[in-house]
Structure formats: structure tokens, C-alpha cells
Ligand binder design. Structure first.
Ligand SMILES: [Fe+2]
Length: 290
């Protein structure tokens, strides 16, 4: 079946129509979808009321789904363990309050980041299914980090070339004021160092690789200077010309490339239900320096 691809923003983001995610994809369709994804970085499949099992099966076309390592906050589904819950409603249908640890941890996603960058082989991409969407906010914003790298001012470029940043899952609890991870949890996910400029294994293009909610150190810089550089780079990146803002419709499935984009969600009324299920595609190789 031929798909249609319609760009939604000049920098990144396109919608793909003409597929049913619940059905198997033939190799030709897969190639067309994959090509569109590599070209537009973020693609939306509108009107896909998939079950979690169908969501996971579709994800497997692109790679192995990640199993989230942290279980204490129940952000990993107890029903389908490949599903990460981006929700303020728990699996017993209880609306949670912003003060609960899981909600505090999720609130970190209002800052620019890329999923699972704290792994030694970080994630390839993520697929997020909007089941109950927000009308008071909850817009997911994406930045094209190829363009950001290409247009970096010389001063910032000199700061990032050939340098690595540390990505630590343990940063999250400090950021949001949750109790620290247990010894076992910390040992299960030690910090990882990745180049600030990376080369995409498929497109060959260079991009800036940041994840401000996990980055707690930059090679050769003091803590304060590291922080300032991450902030300066994030501020430069967050310009409308590099950004697609996704306003959700029920049963949109959004698929993005974690290797060349960052994302952040806008706040929404916490009394409004927001239920979204995510799969994350495991990376199979270390980050290639650009
Ligand atoms: Fe995220």
C-alpha cells in the first residue's frame, strides 16, 4: 500500500497516512516509512487506536523495545513490560497528584532531553501513543539537532567539538526532589559518557547530542561551567525555526528519532487526565563521534 507523507513544519515533523499499524507491514511499506522517518525525524500516524500489544509489535519493525529498568515508581506498565507510562492516571484508573514521585519524575520531561541517553548504547527512537490527550497543554515539542549543529555559532562550536558529556539517570531525582535511587538501582544504570557531537549511523549527518535532564558533567569543565554550557546550548537550540510543536489528537502515534532530536512537553492542568503509552527502541551501538 502506498503511504502519503505530508510535512508539518519546514525543520522536522511529518504525518504519514495510508497504513494501519495493527496490520503487518510489507518490506516496501516499511522502507517508505523508514525513509520518511529519517528525512523528517518525527512522524505522526494519525487515527491508530492500537492496543499495547499492537503498539509493541509495530515497534519491533524498527528494533527491540526497551524494558525500563526502574520499577519503583510504576512508570513501567505492570501489564505489558515494554510499555512506559507517560500518564497521570495509574493502571487502576486513579488520577494521580503532581506531588506523587512518579509525577514529579515525569515533570522532568518539560526540559529538553532525549530518551534513555543515560544508557551506554542509547535509544534509537520512541513511539508515543496518545490515548487520552490534554487540551490544556501537554504539547510535545521537538528540535532538529542536525540544524542546530549546522548553525551553531563559532564560540559554542569550539566548546562542543571533540568533547564528551556525562548522562546520568541519577540526575532526575535531584532535579525533581525525589528520594535518591537505591544502591541496586544506581548500580544497574551507571552514568555514560557520550560525544556532544555525534554522527547519525543511517544518515551520516552530524548533530548536537544533549539531554539536559541527564547531563551532569562535561569533560574538562567545572560543574558550574558545565551547567552553563548545557543551558546555553539548550537556549540556542530552542528556537522556533528548529522546532515542531505537536498538538495531540486522540490516537495519534508519534515516532521520533532520539539520535538527532530533543523533546520537551509543555505543562497541562494536572486535574485533566492524560494517558499516553510509550515504547522505546533499544540502541545496539555506542554513539559515534561526529
Ligand atoms: Fe521523553
Amino acid at each position: 500500500m502506498a503511504i502519503t507523507v505530508t510535512p508539518r513544519h519546514p525543520a522536522l515533523g511529518a504525518e504519514i497516512r495510508g497504513i494501519d499499524m495493527r496490520r503487518p507491514m510489507d518490506p516496501e511499506t516499511f522502507k517508505a516509512v523508514h525513509d520518511a522517518w529519517m528525512k523528517h525525524l518525527v512522524v505522526v500516524f494519525p487515527d491508530q487506536p492500537v492496543t499495547d500489544q499492537e503498539h509493541v509489535a509495530f515497534t519491533r519493525h524498527f528494533g527491540e523495545p526497551e524494558i525500563f529498568h526502574q520499577t519503583s515508581l510504576h512508570l513501567r506498565s505492570d501489564r505489558v513490560r515494554e510499555i512506559f507510562l507517560v500518564s497521570n492516571v495509574d493502571e487502576n484508573d486513579r488520577l494521580m497528584t503532581p506531588a506523587e514521585p512518579s509525577q514529579k519524575q515525569l515533570s522532568s520531561s518539560r526540559q529538553w532531553h532525549t530518551d534513555s541517553s543515560y544508557r551506554t548504547t542509547p535509544s534509537v527512537g520512541s513511539l508515543l501513543h496518545g490515548i487520552e490527550i490534554s487540551r490544556t497543554g501537554g504539547i510535545t515539542q521537538f528540535i532538529n539537532m542536525y540544524m542546530v549543529y549546522d548553525e551553531l555559532p563559532d564560540g559554542l562550536r569550539r566548546e562542543v567539538e571533540g568533547r564528551k558529556a556525562r548522562h546520568d539517570f541519577g540526575m532526575l531525582h535531584k532535579l525533581v526532589g525525589n528520594p535518591p535511587p537505591t544502591k541496586e538501582e544506581a548500580a544497574a544504570m551507571p552514568p555514560a559518557w557520550h560525544p556532544l557531537v555525534r554522527r547519525h549511523p543511517v544518515t551520516g549527518r552530524k548533530s548536537l547530542y544533549l539531554s539536559s535532564i541527564y547531563n551532569d558533567a562535561i569533560e574538562g569543565l567545572e560543574e558550574g561551567a558545565s551547567r552553563r554550557l548545557i543551558e546555553e546550548l539548550s537556549d540556542f537550540a530552542a528556537q522556533p525555526k528548529y522546532m515542531y510543536r505537536h498538538e495531540w489528537e486522540p490516537h495519534d502515534v508519534l515516532m521520533w528519532d532520539n539520535r538527532c532530536t530533543v523533546h520537551a512537553v509543555t505543562p497541562h492542568d494536572p486535574k485533566e487526565r492524560r494517558v499516553m503509552h510509550r515504547t522505546t527502541i533499544v540502541g545496539s551501538e555506542p554513539v559515534m563521534a561526529g
